[in-house]
Design a protein around this ligand. Structure first.
Ligand SMILES: Cc1cc2nc3c(=O)[nH]c(=O)nc-3n(C[C@H](O)[C@H](O)[C@H](O)COP(=O)(O)OP(=O)(O)OC[C@H]3O[C@@H](n4cnc5c(N)ncnc54)[C@H](O)[C@@H]3O)c2cc1C
Length: 501
């Protein structure tokens, strides 16, 4: 039997394709741990719903480890203290974990752990779990490296994991035991490695057929999108597994014989759109990996000072509550409160509405959305938030019209009425702009604007005109242009721009 190895599970709650576990299990008995870290749980981007999802993942992980002969030790405390105590008890010489591209708190914690490990003479092996690379200065050659990682064979889960003598594992801790409020979300996805795989396989074999055409409407996206994001965010499935299963499915689709006169189902186009987005996952996380400041600093500093001093707290509160007077914005926000998920197009609209129509700084608004998204993944989240707010300097300014989104994505108002019951009596022709109903109509349909449902906070045309003037005012300056080139070198995709998103 070799030396005891510590395996630290972080945002990688699985045994499949888990390099840290597999390598450690080859070397000796494994002290498998998860740490509930107070500073992470109390951070403003954390929500109790995240803990519920994590705990569901931990429950299954613990069962799986027990099935392999080991167990999962659940610890509560600051990471360095926990590791130091465990080191005193188990005298491990090496620890194994996956690299994490997290928020500023976990970044600083990893630096402290590194220092501690050097001090304690413990070797810390960190393995890559996504197609994200440390220490990159620019994006040249990134796609090739991503392909290499994603196409390399999956790591087999160990057949047996020995556990150190004297290991007693504590219980999984609830929200209350960790001093958190109870999660208020109702219809959220259930966590766990097997749920993650089932979700993916159901998408690839049934739900994903019309992914390409149904991803943008909140009515259809809920079933037509993969819904794999929270499993990826907490590592309950690996990106390599998702990509390789997708490519296996694509091979089957391509091999299906063509029947003359019979139109093929749209699987091919849908899977092509899907697999492209899997690359975006890592492309976005790479931005935060290369520049952790993106969590709090504009990607292009030329935009510093653009919105910061104009913050209207009353508008922020109305946006958070889903009471802006724009039915699509309000329905999306309220659905998020309950389900923790909404599709990409609607996320982009929510962010763009906050940043352009309400001229709110992206930092507090993205932080709020982080708590509302069950799949909160800092690298994607802050890069997308900045992109939808015009502060990257390299992406086209895209301002969504929340009224047009109703015409395009929910013309009958089905989604809106599901989440904004005040509008349930309003007919389809008035659902995009209920404030235009006459007093008579408001009476007839049981929705008094200003009493039952708010009047719009801002007038779309005027707000967009003012926003464009301000953002293009910066964009056309010489310094902003030259900075945009530097941002592109560091973060820009070397592929042709995509017109759909
Ligand atoms: C303001 C804003 C914030 C966002 N925050 C997050 C976040 O915290 N976590 C997160 O996972 N996604 C985030 N997204 C991206 C995207 O909306 C979600 O990945 C997607 O809606 C998740 O649902 P799905 O798994 O069914 O996606 P699918 O459409 O089925 O896509 C599959 C996977 O591809 C990746 N992907 C898809 N679209 C994108 C995209 N535009 N950018 C990067 N990766 C993508 C994700 O990993 C996703 O799980 C954000 C988008 C916006 C506009």
């Amino acid at each position: 039997m070799g030396d005891t190895q510590l395996v630290w599970f972080k945002r990688d709650l699985r045994i499949g394709d888990h390099e840290a576990l597999a390598r450690a299990a080859d070397l000796g008995p494994c002290l498998c741990i998860y740490i509930y870290e107070p500073e992470v749980l109390r951070a403003p981007d954390f929500d109790p719903s995240h803990l519920v999802f994590i705990n569901e993942g931990l429950r299954e992980l613990r069962e799986n480890l027990r099935g392999l002969g080991s167990d999962l030790l659940l610890c509560h405390g600051e990471a360095v203290h926990v590791l130091n105590d465990l080191h005193a008890r188990f005298n491990f010489k090496s620890m194994h974990s996956h690299q994490e591209t997290g928020n500023a708190i976990t970044y600083a914690r990893d630096l402290r752990v590194l220092e501690w490990s050097r001090h304690a003479n413990v070797r810390w092996e960190e393995y890559r779990q996504h197609g994200v690379f440390r220490g990159l200065r620019d994006r040249d050659g990134w796609a090739g490296r991503w392909n290499e990682v994603m196409r390399s064979p999956l790591i087999e889960s160990p057949r047996r994991v020995d556990k150190p003598v004297g290991l007693e594992c504590g219980p999984i801790l609830s929200e209350a035991e960790l001093g958190l409020e109870t999660s208020t979300k109702g219809l959220v996805q259930t966590g766990g490695e097997s749920q993650g795989l089932d979700t993916l396989l159901a998408f690839l074999s049934e739900r994903g057929e019309r992914y390409r055409t149904e991803m943008s409407s909140p009515n259809t996206a809920v079933h037509a999108c993969s819904r794999i994001s929270p499993y990826l965010a907490f590592g309950q499935i690996s990106m390599r597994t998702v990509l390789q299963e997708t490519e296996a499915r694509q091979r089957i689709i391509r091999a299906e014989p063509k029947v003359k006169g019979v139109k093929r189902p749209p699987w091919g186009a849908s899977m092509a759109s899907f697999s492209k987005r899997l690359r975006w996952h890592c492309h976005f996380i790479q931005k935060l990996e290369s520049q952790p400041e993106l969590e709090w600093e504009n990607m292009a500093r030329a935009y510093d000072g653009l919105r910061e001093t104009d913050f209207r707290t009353d508008w922020f509160e109305a946006w958070k509550a889903g009471k802006t007077g724009y039915p699509m914005v309000d329905a999306c926000m309220r659905s998020l409160h309950d389900t923790g998920w909404v599709n990409f197009r609607m996320r982009a609209m929510l962010m763009s509405f906050a940043s352009y129509h309400l001229w709110l700084d992206w930092r507090p608004t993205s932080l709020y959305l982080a708590t509302q998204f069950l799949d909160y993944e800092p690298g994607i989240h802050y890069s997308q938030a900045q992109m939808q707010s015009g502060t990257t300097g390299i992406n086209a300014v895209r301002i969504y019209s929340p009224t047009k989104q109703v015409f395009d994505q929910d013309p009958e108002g089905v989604f809106i009425k599901q989440w904004v019951p005040e509008l349930s009596g309003v007919p389809a022709e008035n659902i995009a702009q209920p404030e235009l109903m006459s007093a008579d109509e408001q009476d007839r349909y049981g929705c008094q604007i200003g009493r039952d449902y708010p009047a719009p906070l801002v007038v779309h045309k005027e707000a967009v005109k003012a926003a464009k003037q301000r953002i293009y005012g910066v964009r056309k300056q010489a310094e902003a242009k030259s900075e945009a080139q530097a941002v592109f070198e560091r973060h820009g995709s070397r592929r042709k721009p995509n017109r759909r998103r």
